[in-house]
Write a protein that binds this ligand. Structure first.
Ligand SMILES: NC(=O)c1ccc[n+]([C@@H]2O[C@H](COP(=O)([O-])OP(=O)(O)OC[C@H]3O[C@@H](n4cnc5c(N)ncnc54)[C@H](O)[C@@H]3O)[C@@H](O)[C@H]2O)c1
Length: 287
């Protein structure tokens, strides 16, 4: 199957990273969002990523120009879906939103178009049921920051065809990613472990076991994780982390009950880097 035009629905933390790697690999990439402001920010961030990559001799300046040229923006999902060859959904981890987006794409995209979801936790079988093409729906789970993280987790739903998995694997390879295939189970492999570790760190912070800095330092230097769980939570977005935990709590039980302190941070709008403040403060002097 020859793919040229790829649509990324949701231009947030993940959507913009995914759009960057797709455009860098030469795909005609359209980001669709309900917010014009998010689209504008996403385009700026992608341009900056490409400029930094040129400065660090990771890509040529022609490649940067191609990135900028390959990125298109729209708030009209129906119109974009009609023209697309492949869709990656990256809207917030809420069933109602995912259902609305998948049903709209399904109603307007050509019959053969595959819909991949960047969901961290939701069953691809359930996502497939929001469409009339469940054999062409699967999870294609990227990691943050997308341009640096090598892995894509591919998760098949009950009806997902082998052909769909093959096409998703091929797209992942074309953008320089390694893939693993995971059986459908809440949280797949990575989200389940990451949510558990991140939640435990929040319980420790709440219990006053150590400062946030020392919890992160202990895990980085003592367990050799590249990032501490609290700084990772700020990068991921504490609202996204809380959504994932609530889902895992519902499906896998008590061990995933979200830490009350995490719930409080989200209520206060301390969502992490994207709002300038989470566990850490990113507002004034940056890092
Ligand atoms: N943040 C992470 O580290 C991470 C990692 C892996 C997977 N994920 C998953 O990726 C998905 C997106 O997460 P995120 O962190 O990028 O979220 P985000 O909140 O940063 O961005 C979501 C974007 O979707 C847009 N949106 C909302 N409703 C929409 C609609 N109906 N149509 C089009 N756009 C819409 C929002 O305006 C926003 O720009 C979630 O399913 C999340 O679980 C996140």
């Amino acid at each position: 199957m020859r793919l040229e035009k790829i649509t990324v629905v949701g231009a947030g933390v993940m959507g913009r990273g995914i759009a960057y790697v797709l455009s860098l690999a030469g795909f005609h990439t359209t980001m669709v969002d309900v917010s014009l402001e998010q689209l504008r920010l996403a385009k700026n961030e992608i341009t900056q990523l490409a400029e930094h990559a040129v400065q660090r001799n990771k890509i040529s300046s022609e490649a940067k120009d191609n990135v900028v040229e390959n990125i298109h923006l729209s708030v009209e999902l129906e119109a974009v879906a009609k023209e697309t060859d492949f869709v990656i959904e990256a809207v917030p981890e809420r069933r109602d939103l995912k259902q609305q987006v998948l049903a709209t794409v399904d109603a307007h995209a050509r019959a053969e178009v595959i819909i991949a979801s960047n969901t961290s936790t939701i069953s691809p079988t359930e996502l497939g049921s929001y469409t009339k093409r469940p054999q062409q729906v699967a999870a294609m789970h990227f990691f943050n920051p997308v341009h640096r993280m090598k892995l894509v987790e591919i998760v098949k739903g009950l009806e997902t065809s082998e052909e769909t998995v093959n096409v998703i694997r091929e797209v992942a390879h074309q953008i320089g990613k390694e893939t693993v295939e995971v059986k459908e189970f809440p949280g797949f492999v990575t989200s389940r472990i990451s949510a558990m570790v991140g939640n435990e760190a929040f319980y420790m912070l709440q219990e006053g076991v150590a400062t946030a800095e020392d919890i992160d330092k202990a895990i980085r230097l003592g367990l050799n994780y590249p990032m501490g769980p609290l700084e990772l939570g700020d990068l991921v977005g504490l609202d996204t982390r809380l959504h994932n935990l609530k889902y895992l709590h519902e499906t896998l039980g008590e061990k995933f009950r979200p830490a009350p302190l995490l719930e409080q941070y989200v209520k206060a709008g301390r969502l992490g880097r994207k709002t300038g403040r989470g566990v850490y403060d990113y507002s004034s002097d940056g890092e």
